[in-house]
Design a protein around this ligand. Structure first.
Ligand SMILES: Nc1ncnc2c1ncn2[C@@H]1O[C@H](COP(=O)(O)OP(=O)(O)OP(=O)(O)O)[C@@H](O)[C@H]1O
Length: 802
């Protein structure tokens, strides 16, 4: 008997030792021990262990007897089928598990493989040995002497091994996929790009972009100079990496360069008849303004162009300056673009930023050209009188370059850096006053004044323009909801007294909105019957479909479920007001619609007391009638005043500016001298301290034109005689009593009319202005030109009594 040494339960050894004729390991511990040669099964195959032999060596030796398999039929179909299954499973595992492959490789020699793969018992042991079965399972297989069942058991553990390998494989693949998906994608994309580039199909979108720019440029008539810059920039773009920041800068620039409408212009229309119709359609009155515009168009017709002139509409807010600009564009069939320069302090807003800045953009003018897509639009520059003055250059100078016909055929925007021809653009500016428009700018403009509306004009504008517009905006078009004449009259008289009509427009809009609310709230309006096109337009809306309502379409349903708006071309259902319904809004109802009246009476004083006179002022908001009030503040003791020939004092309030304060002092001095001359006994100013006030106290006022009014107020106080209460006056006074020219006579006259004045005193130097006033403005008013103050007392009821 030979001795085999090995650890008990070693399945690997077991696979090689469980049969009698198996290869035996011959161990020779040392040269001296070689004499003892015994064979021991390394596996605890209980049946095979007979006894342990105690030797003088340092290990345990066992005496074993090899066990034998039960006899079997090698041709048994179950056995051969199980064997083939084991072999096929082994093959499968080999493909998945590289370690497995190595082990099999070990037995790959023809001799071994024949011994193993053709012997069912050995195959079972081999398969079990390769599998990762538990020691119990393996021991069970090893102990089984029935070859058929042993094969079966081996197949089971092998199958488990297969499943294990499959699972392992899947997990490993999943993890790998997760980790490398992005990297993989990246590499694949790069490869794809490379392939496309090689094939000349596409190059990362850049070629396409360049192509687009070129196509766009070809459709434009770029001047040679611009085309050269374009070609240079396109060449630059072609050599830039899309990831580079410079790429985006160049792309944006090219984008702007190809957005300017080089050589594109709208066909102009100088048809005077049509222009008149358009102007009348959009605006009531403003005859003189319309006349000027028609003259302007007529010149355009003769010259073939209207450029070279800059119109500037000057007037109080809400008189239609902006909207008349729009009408001019419509009558000339030009595109319209408006931008406001009010408060603008940065030159870059007009001339653009240099391209070196991050987020640089062209200025407003280039933006306008991009928007309108024609080279000859009408550009309306609003609020030019409120142009700021910043530390970042002077916007007025930039505007000068823009507006000057001599320079603007090659306007250089900082961003574009190529000359842009603006000579075909028609510039129209608006301003409230001309005083604050920089001189050189004003010099280039043709000023057209809009001086505010009379009450009659406001009424007509309200009825013909504002009310129909407001009615339509409120959704009451076609309904019998009418704003009665007395209501419009009350609105003009008691709510909206300013020069323009913007406030009136707001009030009328409010009235129609309230009427709409009333109609809907009281249930007068009924839902419109469904239109046949409605159901087709919005399938998902059951309400729109004719009854019975079909099931909502899945698209609409899912969109609604996700909180998104369903795609639907149909507007929300409309309400209609029955023809039988009518609503007349009268003056008496205004309180409910727009609140209590703001102005209860036409004027502050129905009968002006002594010391109070109505003056006329002109501000950026238009003309206004204001009172100058004077009272005796305190009377001095006659003893003191006798000793002090300069006694008395004047005290002024009402937020008066320096010039107006000087006017008050001058008026005071002048009246004192007048009294000295004409009423030598009158010691009024010697004895009294006078307080002169100009309401409203919160409104700052300045200017010299209240000189004659202040003088008259002080004279009336000194004589203790009130002036006529239908008189108003304006004029600057000199110390010697000369009356000097003032501005805004038209606005002042309109304001005087609003205040119910019947007699106006104005400087003789303004006589030409007076004569130019439209007859409807002067109607019912006596105008008295004044050269010297001496003329005034007789006209206001302060003539010396004989
Ligand atoms: N004569 C008019 N006929 C019809 N509507 C007018 C007339 N005048 C002004 N409006 C209307 O009044 C409104 C205000 O006019 P717009 O905005 O043009 O005033 P504006 O003079 O430009 O004021 P701002 O100086 O405040 O800019 C517009 O809706 C305009 O249509």
């Amino acid at each position: 008997m030979k001795r085999i040494i090995g650890p008990a339960n070693d399945p690997e050894s077991a696979a090689t030792t469980s049969e009698q004729d198996q290869q035996q390991l011959v161990v020779s511990e040392s040269a001296e021990d070689s004499a003892v040669e015994e064979t021991v099964s390394p596996v605890t195959n209980a049946a095979s262990v007979l006894k342990a032999i105690k030797l003088d060596y340092n290990f345990t030796a066992l005496e074993v007897e090899n066990v034998e398999d039960e006899p079997y039929d090698a041709k048994d179909p179950t056995i051969s089928a199980t064997m083939s299954e084991i072999v096929s499973v082994l093959r499968e595992i080999t493909t998945m598990n590289p370690m497995f492959r190595e082990q099999i490789h070990h037995f790959a020699s023809a001799q071994v493989s024949k011994a193993v793969f053709e012997n069912p018992a050995k195959l079972a042991d081999f398969a079990a040995a390769l599998s990762g079965g538990s020691s119990e399972e393996l021991q069970d297989i090893l102990s089984d002497l029935n070859v058929a069942t042993r094969l079966e058991k081996a197949l089971v553990v092998l199958k488990k091994e297969l499943m294990n390998a499959q699972l392992q494989n899947k997990i490993s693949k999943d993890v790998e996929a997760k980790i490398s998906k992005r990297q993989r994608d990246f590499y694949l994309m790069e490869q794809l790009k490379g392939i496309k580039r090689e094939l000349g199909l596409e190059s990362d979108g850049k070629d396409k972009l360049i192509e687009q720019f070129k196509v766009k440029a070809e459709s434009l008539l770029m001047p040679a100079e611009v085309k050269k810059v374009f070609d240079e920039e396109v060449g630059k773009l072609a050599h830039l990496e899309p990831a580079a920041s410079e790429f985006n800068v160049t792309r944006n620039y090219l984008d702007w360069l190809t957005q300017i409408p080089w050589g594109k212009h709208s066909v102009e229309d100088y048809d005077l008849k049509r222009a008149k119709v358009v102007l009348d359609e959009d605006h009531y009155g403003l005859e003189d303004v319309k006349q000027r515009i028609l003259e302007f168009i007529a010149v355009g017709k003769l010259r073939g162009a209207v450029q070279g002139k800059i119109l500037c509409f000057v007037g109080p807010p809400g008189v239609g300056k902006t909207s008349i600009g729009k009408s001019i564009a419509r009558s000339l069939r030009r595109e319209f673009y408006r931008f406001s320069v009010g408060g603008l302090t940065d030159v870059a807003e007009i001339k653009g930023h240099r391209r070196t800045y991050v987020g640089a953009m062209p200025g407003k003018v280039v933006q306008a050209l991009k928007r309108v897509q024609t080279e000859n639009p009408l550009l309306l520059i609003d609020e030019i009188d409120k142009l700021g003055r910043g530390h970042q250059g002077d916007p007025a100078s930039a505007l000068l370059e823009l507006l000057d016909p001599e320079q603007n055929n090659a306007f250089l925007d900082h961003y574009m850096d190529v000359p842009v021809d603006l000579s075909r653009v028609l510039f129209v500016c608006t301003a409230n006053v001309t005083d604050t428009i920089p001189g050189p700018l004003l010099d280039r403009m043709e000023v057209i004044r809009l001086s505010g509306y009379l009450a009659d004009e406001k009424r007509a504008i309200a009825q013909k323009y504002l009310a129909p517009q407001a009615k339509e905006t409120a959704g009451l078009e076609g309904a019998a909801v009418m704003l009665q004449d007395d209501a419009v009259d009350a609105l003009v008289r008691n709510y909206c007294r300013e020069s323009g009509v913007r406030n009136l427009k707001k009030h009328i809009e409010k009235i129609f909105r309230k009427a709409a609310l009333k109609i809907v709230e009281t249930g007068v309006a009924v839902e419109a019957p469904p239109q046949p096109t409605d159901a087709a337009a919005c399938q998902g809306d059951g309400a729109a479909a004719p009854a019975p309502a079909p099931a909502p379409a899945p698209v609409a349903e899912s969109a609604a479920g996700k909180g998104q708006a369903a795609v639907c071309a149909k507007p929300p259902s409309k309400m209609v007001i029955p023809d039988s319904y009518s609503l007349d809004i009268t003056a008496g109802m205004l309180k409910d619609y727009v609140g209590p009246p703001i102005f209860e009476s036409d004027r502050l004083y129905e009968n002006t007391p002594a010391g109070v006179v109505m003056g006329l002022a002109w501000t950026s908001l238009g003309g206004s009638a204001l009172y100058v009030e004077s009272v005796v503040e305190a009377t001095r003791a006659s003893k003191d005043s006798d000793n002090d020939s300069h006694g008395g004092r004047l005290h002024t309030t009402g937020q008066l500016g320096d010039v107006m304060k000087e006017s008050a002092t001058l008026a005071y001095t002048y009246v004192r001298s007048l009294l000295n001359r004409d009423y030598p006994d009158n010691r009024f100013f010697h004895n009294n301290i006078i307080h002169l006030h100009v309401p409203e106290g919160a409104t700052p006022k300045d200017g010299p034109s209240a000189g004659v009014t202040m003088t008259t107020a002080l004279l009336s106080l000194a004589l203790n005689r009130p002036v006529r209460n239908d008189v108003a006056m304006t004029g600057e006074l000199t110390l010697t009593g000369r009356v000097l020219k003032i501005g805004g006579l038209k606005e002042k006259t309109i304001a005087a009319r609003r205040a119910g004045v019947k007699r106006i005193l104005f400087p003789k130097a303004n006589l030409a202005d007076w004569e130019e006033l439209p007859s409807n403005v002067k109607e019912g008013i006596e105008g008295h030109p004044i050269e010297w103050y001496n003329q005034i007392p007789a006209l206001v009821g302060l003539a010396p009594t004989s």
